[in-house]
Design a protein around this ligand. Structure first.
Ligand code: ADP
Length: 212
């Protein structure tokens, strides 16, 4: 459905029907200052392609199935780089105690640990911190590097991947967040952290795109 490329006029028709449907062919023609006859082929194409439905004495309206597919496609094709949030980063030498304080101060669920060159070294989640806190009394002496999930086991995403790809990585790996990275050295797998994508990021994009 809707695999054909639409003309500018067909896009305009869809816009009018989306805003004001159900609407008659005559009313659409008036809005575009065209005759009903000029518009007829476009309406026929849009109806056959499955974008529009028509009911006698009611008019044209958006085919709900096609609207859903268009919304889903537009959500899936959004880029990580346009939605990424600010990453909260700590040195890998930081203590577990400081990491717990950071999680509360920054109101995040995951921290990213970096080495002394500022490159991604690991990921520390809330449960990593809870686990460390249960067994240890001296959290100020325990560095996060001991308890974090380390590179190269960290799942990352690049800014030019889509939200759909990011969402799949979250679901398939049972994790809440992905560091958005830029590669600085492919051979040695060195990455600079430039953002984060979380389940909240994806939920927000979903709401923003569909709440029109
Ligand atoms: P929580 O543990 O707070 O529920 P997650 O589900 O994100 O949060 O984390 C589960 C485990 O996966 C933790 O041990 C964490 O270190 C690890 N983890 C989190 N994010 C990633 C990631 N992007 N790549 C690899 N491991 C991760």
């Amino acid at each position: 459905m809707n695999s054909i490329k639409l003309s500018k006029r067909q896009e305009e028709i869809l816009h009018i029907v989306r805003e004001d449907g159900p609407i008659t062919g005559k009313q659409i023609a008036d809005r575009l200052s065209l005759t009903r006859a000029t518009l007829r082929p476009d309406l026929a194409i849009l109806t056959m392609a499955g974008n529009l439905e028509a009911k006698p004495r009611v008019g044209y309206f958006i085919n709900p199935q096609s609207a859903f597919k268009q919304d889903a496609a537009s959500l899936a094709s959004q880029l990580v780089g346009d939605y990424k949030a600010h990453p909260i980063v700590v040195p890998k030498s930081a203590s577990v105690y400081d990491a717990i304080v950071q999680i509360f101060l920054e109101d995040v669920g995951t921290l990213y640990a970096v080495d002394k060159n500022g490159q991604l070294a690991g990921v520390i989640s809330r449960k990593d911190l809870l686990r460390a806190a249960i067994g240890n009394s001296n959290l100020e002496e325990l560095p996060v590097s001991v308890i974090m999930t380390r590179m190269p086991n960290v799942i990352t995403v690049s800014p030019d991947e889509t939200l759909l790809e990011a969402g799949k990585k979250l679901i398939q790996n049972h994790i809440d967040s992905l560091p958005v990275v830029r590669e600085v050295d492919q051979e040695n797998q060195l990455y600079e952290v430039i953002g984060r994508i979380t389940k909240t990021t994806i939920t927000r994009a979903y709401v923003e795109l569909l709440d029109y």
